[in-house]
Design a protein around this ligand. Sequence first.
Ligand code: PRX
Length: 662
Amino acid sequence: MSDETLSNLLKEDRRFEPPAELAADANLTEEAYARAEADREGFWAEQADRLSWDTRWERVLDWDNPPFAKWFVGGKLNAAYNCVDRHVEAGNGDKVAFHFVGEPVDDKQTITYAELKDLVSQAANTLTDLGVQTGDRVAIYMPMIPEAVVAMLACARIGAPHTVVFGGFSSDALASRLEDCQAKVVVTSDGGYRRGAPSPLKPAVDEAVVKAADLGHTVEKVLVVRRTGQDLGADGWDSDIDVWWHESVEQASTEHACEFFDAEHPLYVMYTSGTTGKPKGILHTTGGYLTGAAYTHWAVFDLKPETDVYWCTADIGWVTGHSYIVYGPLANGTTQVLYEGTPDSPERGRWWDIIEEYGVTLFYTAPTAIRSFMKQGREIPDARDLSSLRLLGSVGEPINPEAYVWYRHVIGGDRTPVVDTWWQTETGSIMISPLPGVTHGKPGSAMTPIPGVAADVVTEEGESVGPGNGGYLVLTEPWPAMLRTIWGDDERFKDTYWSKYRDQGWYFAGDGAKLDTDGDLWVLGRVDDVMNVSGHRLSTTEIESALVSHPKVAEAAVVGAKDEDTGQAVCAFVILRDEAGDGGDDIVEELRAHVRTQIGPIAKPRQIMVVPELPKTRSGKIMRRLLRDVAENREVGDVTTLADSSVMDLISKGVSSGAGGE
Ligand code: PRX
């Protein structure tokens, strides 16, 4: 982000006080900050008491061997029991867990906690029948349907860590994840509804199973939900490995006695992009993660489980879906909306119709969605009754002040606080956010670490920058929902997150941030080679590898350029191989399609520029800063460290004459 944008941001002087009614009855009040600061472990133990433990822990935190933490040492619990059974046992079996809304209008289903308990027990029995044992990994590749949640909880129930792969990823991306975590079983569906039409999923699983086999890994079973009823084709079913959900789960017993697992038992692996090409399998464990998810969902959303109707629009394939659809809200016994489809299907007001129909009170979405609604105009939400809303949340990327104010004003009718929540796949739960009954809202700022969390903005050397200055965002104390390692790669875990401030023992988040003169925090985005496109993390290297795997490409460099709709957009510069000539008329489309098949539609470059050279330093490092200048149509900055300073002229000339084009 440029200094100019920064100073504009910091001139932001609009302030919104917490609504008096909310403040008077807020779940967390001002005193929590000092209490947590005075006795951090005691505070987290109090939060762990939100859960039901089969065996109580002996020690809150074991930080004897950093950065490998153990939380609630010696404690035993079951995550699915905490999310489902205990609510039924407490007499809340008839309470609605999910109002499921399918994309086809009128496709609705209500699932109570008692029904959810039966479904999860049945799925747990089926997974066991399919040979899944405690510790085995299960991959889930599904649309946003209740069975996705059921599958996750069934895995948790039997202690088989799940890895949910976003349904928009390609079969290649799925195969590499299946191989990396050695998944024994895949749970999927024939397809899901997307923009008014059935969209297949099972064929990608079939391809991925073959590709995983090529990588040396055998998937044993594929459990398939019939969602769309679409034709799977003659080769689309292999009765040796494929099993229908309705012929197994729905026939299974609803009785399932759950086992209790160690607090540090692996709960799930979630793959996320890092600075190298290979995605990182972020490992979360049970007790600490569930404590973090439940506490933050209760505190940051000021959850009143008896009356609130909560809706998080994230996909279950991302960490937000894990922490704030499945584990946090269900551990808290929340009633929520689960929606399968896109915001504009069958027409643009779909989300607002859903809020009106179910009386949603707490709503959590991403800035990229808010910006797209701003573009469509306020008439669409204005035509609906959104008066049930009492709190709005934002996650995934910095929310620009204009979008924040529009969100609060148009969607929230100026009644609702907006909580801008900063966190990551790695942190597991929200770290920095206003507390809705305490903190005044400041458009664009995530404000301060929540009680229990310690963060700072520091220089390269680790000095606090203090109010009015920018630097690197670090977390200075361990927290219960922190990642425990990168699946199968402890060294990479240490290197990526803990080596920059090794002496201090701090976690480096990879984000830049600035403290304003009040000491409130503004997250500025990634400082490494990770892009944030519509709130989704993509690594430049991952897309570069995809591009150079195309036979016509010799070299590629990818940068994230500012984009009005998606926050950042993928811009690629490629050098073609000599034998490819000019690549042909369709070269740009061909390469975009190639990235799409290699990774998935979200990674498809907005722009591909065919260039004769790439700007490199004398040591051969690509100077992305200069490419970003070109991609963002700025005057190219300082080129003095380039090995060949004429390269930028060549690139700029090529781009402005339209060579390669968009
Ligand atoms: O750069 C930050 C940005 O998203 C990154 C984490 O991405 P991911 O692991 O995919 O998790 C997304 C959902 C938690 C962060 O390093 N980010 C996330 N939330 C915010 C944000 N940037 C600014 N403000 C936020 N509220």
